[in-house]
Design a protein around this ligand. Structure first.
Ligand code: SF4
Length: 449
C-alpha cells in the first residue's frame, strides 16, 4: 500500500530556494518514489527540473545549483491515477496563462476528475497530462479574473476528493487544504521565510519552525514577504486519513494534531492488553511495526528483539525481482539465534494482500521460530480508498471476504489479532468523527462520480 505524493514549497525574500526544496523532498521521499520535480520563479520566468526516480536521481545537485528563484514548489510522486510512465504527469505541472507563470503540486486524489475534465475540454482547454491534478490547474486558470478567495472557493466546491495543493503564480505562493482535510499540509517559518510541507519532518530538516497545520478549507497566501490565511470553506465534515497515523507519515511528525510516534506506540499497548498467548519475544516488521512493537513490549513486559534486520541497500538501482516474495526475502534478513525456539508476537501496522505477511512468517519458521502470533495495529483493510491511497481492489485485499481465522491460515500464523475499529476511536479520542475509516468500514463520506 502506498501514499500519493509529498509536496513542499518555500517563499524567501532573499535567497535561492531550489536546494532547500530538494532537501525537503528528501524528507518526503517515503510518500512517493516514482518521480520528483522542482519549479522556481526567478523574477522573469519559471525554472523547471523534474524526472523519474528518487529525489537524488531525478534532481541532481549539478542542475539544482543552476536554478535561480526565491519562491518555488516541489513534489515527490507515487501515481495510480494517470500514466505513471508519462513525463508530462511528473509534478509540479505548469502553464503560462494571463501573462503569468502558474505551477501546481498536488497530494491526494480527485473523485470527479473525469467529469470535470470533459467539461473543461469542451470549453477548449488543452490538457497535457493524464493526471487528475491538471484539472485543478485548469480551474485555477479559468477563474483567474476572480479574487484568490473566490477562485479557491470555486475550486473547493467543484472538485471532489482529497487535495492538499501548492500553487506558485510567479513568486506568489498559495497553499490550500481541501475542506475535508483528508491529507495534511503544514506551515513553517524561518525568520522572513515561509514553507509548506506534507509533513513536519521536511520543515524541521530545512530549518523551518513548525507553525501549525492548515485547517480543512484554509488558504494561505505568501506574497510581498507576508503570509495571510483565510478560511475559504468552513463547517464541512472532516475526513482526515487515519492511515497517515497508522502507517504513511514518518513517526517523528505530528499529523492532525497527534504525535505519530505516540499513536503507534499506544496501538501496540492495546494489542498487548488483549494478548492471550505465552509470548517469549516481540518482533517488529521493520520499519512499519517498530513503534507498535515498542508499545506492546512495554505494556506486556516482554522483551523487544530485532528478529529481522532490514537490508537498506535494496533500492531502485538494484534489479529488483518482480516476485513479491523474493523482494521480501531480499529486504528482510532473519536473525536466527534470536528467533530460534521462540514463541513470537510479530507486529505490523496492517495486512493488505497478505503475501508479504505470509512470507515474513515463513522466514521466521524457516529460522526455527516455535510459534508465530501475528499482531496487527489496525483493523482488517476490506475496502478500496478513493482519497489518494493506492489500496488494491477488493478482490486483492485478503480481508475483503475472509474471516480472521481464514486469513490466519492463509498467512500461516499460529494466531492472528487485529485492532478493532473501537480501538482506533480510543486512540484518536476525542476526535473520532474527524477521521476517515472507509477502508475498514466501507462507509465513505463520498464516492467517485
Ligand atoms: S479510505 Fe483509508 S487510506 Fe483512504 S483516506 Fe480513508 S482511512 Fe485513509
Amino acid at each position: 500500500m502506498r501514499e500519493y505524493c509529498g509536496i513542499f514549497g518555500v517563499y524567501s525574500p532573499t535567497r535561492n530556494v531550489a536546494f532547500t526544496i530538494k532537501k525537503g523532498l528528501f524528507h518526503l521521499q517515503h510518500r512517493g518514489q516514482e518521480s520528483a520535480g522542482i519549479v522556481t520563479f526567478d523574477g522573469q520566468k519559471f525554472n523547471t527540473l523534474k524526472n523519474f526516480g528518487l529525489v537524488a536521481e531525478a534532481l541532481p545537485d549539478s542542475l539544482v545549483r543552476d536554478m535561480n528563484g526565491f519562491s518555488g514548489i516541489g513534489h515527490t510522486r507515487y501515481s495510480t491515477f494517470g500514466d505513471k510512465d508519462s513525463f508530462n504527469n511528473i509534478q509540479p505541472i505548469s502553464i503560462f496563462a494571463h501573462n503569468k507563470y502558474i505551477a501546481l503540486a498536488h497530494n491526494g486524489n480527485l473523485t470527479n476528475a473525469d467529469m470535470l475534465k470533459k467539461e473543461l475540454v469542451k470549453e477548449g482547454r488543452v490538457f497535457h497530462s493524464t493526471s487528475d491534478s491538471e484539472v485543478i490547474l485548469h480551474l485555477y486558470v479559468k477563474y483567474m479574473n476572480l479574487s484568490p478567495l473566490d477562485r479557491f472557493r470555486i475550486i473547493s466546491n467543484s472538485v471532489r476528493g482529497a487535495f492538499s495543493i501548492l500553487i506558485l503564480q510567479n513568486d506568489t505562493l498559495f497553499a490550500f487544504r481541501d475542506k475535508h482535510g483528508t491529507r495534511p499540509l503544514i506551515m513553517g517559518i524561518n525568520g522572513d521565510e515561509f514553507a509548506f510541507a506534507s509533513e513536519v519532518g521536511a520543515l524541521r530538516a530545512t530549518g523551518f519552525k513548525h507553525i501549525r497545520e492548515l485547517a480543512p478549507g484554509e488558504l494561505a497566501i505568501v506574497q510581498h514577504g507576508r503570509v495571510s490565511t483565510y478560511i475559504v470553506e468552513a463547517n464541512a465534515p472532516k475526513n482526515q486519513c487515519i492511515f497517515e497515523l497508522i502507517y504513511f507519515a514518518r513517526p517523528d511528525g505530528v499529523i492532525f494534531g497527534k504525535s505519530v510516534y505516540d499513536f503507534r506506540k499506544e496501538s501496540g499497548r492495546i494489542l498487548a492488553k488483549k494478548e492471550q498467548y505465552n509470548i517469549d519475544i516481540v518482533v517488529p516488521v521493520p520499519d512499519s511495526g517498530l513503534m507498535a512493537a515498542l508499545g506492546y513490549s512495554e505494556e506486556g513486559n516482554i522483551p523487544l528483539e530485532f528478529g529481522f534486520i532490514r537490508n537498506h541497500y535494496v533500492g531502485r538501482s538494484f534489479i529488483a525481482p518482480s516476485n513479491r516474495e523474493e523482494k521480501v526475502k531480499m529486504k528482510l534478513i532473519p536473525v536466527r539465534n534470536i528467533v530460534e525456539g521462540k514463541s513470537i508476537a510479530l507486529i505490523d501496522d496492517s495486512i493488505v494482500r497478505g503475501t508479504t505477511s505470509g512470507k515474513i512468517i515463513s522466514l521466521l519458521r524457516e529460522n526455527g521460530a516455535k510459534e508465530v502470533h501475528m499482531r496487527i495495529a489496525s483493523p482488517p483493510v476490506k475496502y478500496p480508498c478513493y482519497f489518494g491511497i493506492d489500496i488494491p481492489t477488493r478482490d486483492e485485499l485478503i480481508a475483503s471476504n475472509r474471516e480472521i481465522d481464514d486469513i490466519r491460515r492463509e498467512i500461516g500464523a499460529d494466531s492472528l489479532l487485529y485492532l478493532d475499529i473501537e480501538d482506533l476511536y480510543t486512540l484518536i479520542r476525542p476526535n473520532k468523527k474527524d477521521f476517515c475509516y472507509s477502508c475498514f468500514t466501507g462507509r465513505y463520506l463520498y464516492t467517485p462520480e
